[in-house]
Design a protein around this ligand. Sequence first.
Ligand code: KIV
Ligand code: ZN
Length: 392
Amino acid sequence: MADDKLIIFDTTLRDGEQAPGFSMNTPEKLKLARQLQTLGVDVLEAGFPIASSDDAEAVQLIASEIKGPVIAGLARCDRADIECVAESVKAAERARIHTFIATSDLHLERKLRISREECLQSVVDNVSLARGFTDDVEFSAEDATRSDLDFLCRIVETAIACGATTVNLPDTVGYCTPDEIQQFFTDLIERVPNSDKAVFSTHCHDDLGLAVANSLAAVRGGCRQVECTINGVGERAGNASLEEIVMVTRVRGDLVPYTTGIDTTAIFSTSQMLSELTREPVQSNKAIVGRNAFAHEAGIHQDGVIKDRRTYEIMRPADVGVAQSTLVLGKHSGRHAVKQRCEQLGVELSRLELDRVYRAMIDLADRQKTVEDSDLSAIIAEVHTRQAAGAA
Ligand code: KIV
Ligand code: ZN
């Protein structure tokens, strides 16, 4: 694999789907999985099969229908979980078993109630078990970034020795800062003697709004797989957003020199599909895919965009599959945008007419948030009627 290629691991159907409000039924999951295939994700985590028979059924269907991406299923470090994933993904062209156990003392003592040595033994037993089913095994150390580094190094070395080909070190509770996570991966990869035998992966949550920044810093620290979700959905504040990670590499390739296999023109339709399937709206100011990401209302911005789009846009809407930028007519808009919108409606206005239409538009915008094409057409008709009456 080229050293500058990032493996995009999509977990929308697992970490995303398990968040409140984002559950989907099997046909909906399959529909989204087909779209993720079109988008070009490298690894598609299809679900957590042991969680329910519906989950297992959806993972099985996705494994048999979707060609291209590696199909992964999640399992705790537990025999029944791993056997269930192995069964669910066995029809896939390329199948991955993703097994995890928490490694921080907080999780070991308070949640799992096991010792560090028991945790280590579970990694030995379960990574080896998973490796018996497939040669593509991912091991995740849950709450890795709050784990004791010496212990985590032992865990990672053991997982690799037992056959893990990808090692994922999640920032499970979104606690890290970018400098910290970069150093964390740099130190760990340097200290683990067999680290060259596995791909390192980052999985960042957004509790402090740093998931994307942390994922990119982790890449600087040596990760080559990034786990992310469409629209950044996921547990609590969500996961790193796939579209943001990918577009940073596109727009700022000078500073983030990595490639991905993502067809960026399918980003917007994928985001819309997820929102429609889950009936969860995308935040309007969401980077890349929000309704306002390519919309301009302020007069100064509209004037700039009309003269040269690049004054206020750092990427072309078409690059992410958005048809075009929109100049929203509202109380902050200027005459340039009103003139352009009238022209788009096929109406040429004199200076005086434009002035009247503009003032009527601002009046209306004071009463309602935005002025739609139908409102503008009504205003133009009214101005024309008054003018004709005045002239008669
Ligand atoms: O956030 C997390 O730690 C996870 C793991 C199960 C991969 O989602
Ligand atoms: Zn997670």
